[in-house]
Design a protein around this ligand. Structure first.
Ligand code: GDP
Ligand code: GDP
Length: 459
């Protein structure tokens, strides 16, 4: 698999210029298209033999007022979360500014893997800024000129081992989580949402499931909403909206954009919108058409949301035209359990996007799913639980040697992720992991959310 690189840094250091150089003509959305605000751009990049995905956080050039700075920060954090490696860019000509240190701090806090780049260093320009960059404490900077293409070989050299490392990886990079227990007494903090920290939401589903109708129902009177920042309109990638007192950010899917007058080029590019919306979301609403629930496409989308580790709410739409409601619901529940075991227990809500029925239940289910997704379980509680689980059903003993599971801790939330120290991780059958995951769902009350368990050997 290839890796994802995010270019971060304050405005005007040259992020877009480098992005364009690396992505070349295979570019994602072009920036000067009217009506298209791009918060994060994504493109397929190539540098020499190295192929990777690149995310650009530019697009907030006029980040002068506070709300924009907040958004810039949020976007950067988001990009860092999505990326395997961050290219942190400073302007070598202006040296290290206080704003650069803010970004350095974000990267440090997130323990991101950082490649520090001193840009605009063509010729001998930016010598001072280059040395200045060492003071950020993020290692040796690379001298670069994105505009003139200088230093690209050096960048390639640094990226090469990373590329090799990812090529050799078969499974998701998350197996490399750092083992660091979370606070012991923290039992699921109360999350408060704000304008600068909205709940990130997307609605996905097959064509005609009713996505646009639902979005319009959510937006209500606000449907032509323009944010404080110009360009945040219906045809942008996301919309901020307060839904029943909860600030949310709705990520665009093809359905949302369909009705906007956007050029054909964008329509073509929007194929991957569903995927992108899922990646940017915290909670994904999978919208089903009650008439034809759980079609192949629905299952693919649900599986994608699970694999991306998002919190999921299943909403069954067009309930207003359903005659045999009881029967139907039974049928849908049965299919859900059978076809989507990986989302066992996820909230299932019947709604009518058209009439607005069930919207309050959907709202509540979204908040609930988000809360569970953020759940933290103390190490002591986990290990008490693990002992009980092992007692009830000991792991197998291939070749007479019992596999030992010694210690367990939560390493991450969003989704809840755990590491278990194990004597022979490679020999432990997946059915045993599933036993543990399902047990955790029940015993720690975490229905529906994706749960990750990584077995680690103790060498
Ligand atoms: P962003 O806001 O970080 O995406 O920055 P841009 O890519 O839009 O670049 C900001 C300005 O810096 C533009 O005027 C670019 O032409 C200029 N710029 C970008 N890279 C270089 C470089 O390597 N050398 C010089 N001298 N200017 C550059
Ligand atoms: P999208 O392709 O997923 O965005 O679907 P649309 O929102 O465009 O809806 C597709 C069709 O289903 C339209 O004709 C809607 O009027 C209809 N529709 C959407 N939601 C409902 C609903 O709750 N009840 C009924 N009866 N029709 C609905």
């Amino acid at each position: 698999m290839s890796f994802t690189l995010a270019i971060v840094g304050r405005p005007n250091v040259g992020k877009s210029t480098l992005f364009n150089r690396l992505v070349g003509r295979r570019l994602a959305l072009v920036d000067d298209q009217p009506g298209v605000t791009r918060d994060l751009r994504e493109g397929d990049a190539k540098l020499g033999p190295i192929k990777f995905t690149i995310i650009d956080t530019a697009g907030l050039e006029e980040a002068t007022d506070e709300s924009l700075q907040g958004r810039m920060r949020m976007l950067t954090e988001r990009a860092v979360d999505m990326a395997d490696v961050c290219l942190f860019m400073i302007d070598a000509r202006s040296g290290v500014l206080p704003a650069d240190r803010v970004f350095a701090e974000i990267l440090r806090k997130k323990s991101a893997r950082v490649i520090l780049v001193a840009n605009k260093a063509e010729g001998n320009a930016g010598e001072t800024g280059y040395y200045d960059a060492f003071s950020l404490g993020l290692g040796e900077p690379i001298r670069l000129s994105g505009e003139h293409g200088e230093g690209m070989i050096d960048l390639q050299e640094v990226l090469m081992p990373i590329s090799k490392e990812f090529e050799s990886r078969q499974i998701e990079p998350e197996t490399d989580v750092v083992i660091e227990a979370l606070d012991d007494d923290d039992d699921g903090e109360e999350i408060t949402f704000s304008k600068s920290r909205p709940l990130q939401l997307s609605v996905v589903g097959r064509p005609n499931a009713g996505k646009s109708t639902l979005i319009n129902q959510i937006l209500g009177e606000d449907r032509m909403l323009t944010g404080p920042e110009a360009g945040i309109t219906r045809d942008s990638i996301s919309i901020n909206h307060e839904w029943d007192g909860v600030p949310m950010r709705l990520w665009d899917t093809a359905g949302m954009r369909k009705k906007a007058k956007v050029q054909e080029k964008l329509e073509k590019l929007s194929v991957s919108d569903g995927l992108r919306a899922v990646k940017f979301s915290e909670v994904v609403v999978i919208l089903l058409d009650a008439e034809i629930p759980f079609e192949q496409q629905d299952l693919r989308i649900a599986d994608l949301a699970e694999r991306e580790g998002r919190a999921v709410v299943v909403a069954v739409n067009k309930w207003d035209i359903e005659n045999e409601k009881q029967e139907k619901l039974k049928d849908i529940r049965e299919k859900f359990t059978r076809l989507l075991p990986q989302l066992r227990g996820a909230p299932l809500v019947t709604i009518s996007a058209k009439t607005g029925r069930g919207m309050d239940r959907l709202h509540a289910a979204i908040l609930q799913a988000h809360k569970i997704w953020n759940r933290r379980i103390s190490t002591s509680a986990l290990n008490r639980w693990l002992i009980d689980m092992l007692d009830a059903h000991p792991p197998p003993a291939p070749g007479g040697r019992r596999i030992r599971l010694r210690y367990m801790t939560q390493v991450k939330t969003r989704p809840p992720s755990f590491v278990i120290m194990c004597s022979h991780p490679d020999l432990l059958p997946t059915s045993y992991s599933r036993y543990l995951v399902n047990g955790m769902r029940e015993d720690f009350d975490m229905p529906g959310t994706p749960i990750r368990v990584f077995m680690r050997s103790q060498s």
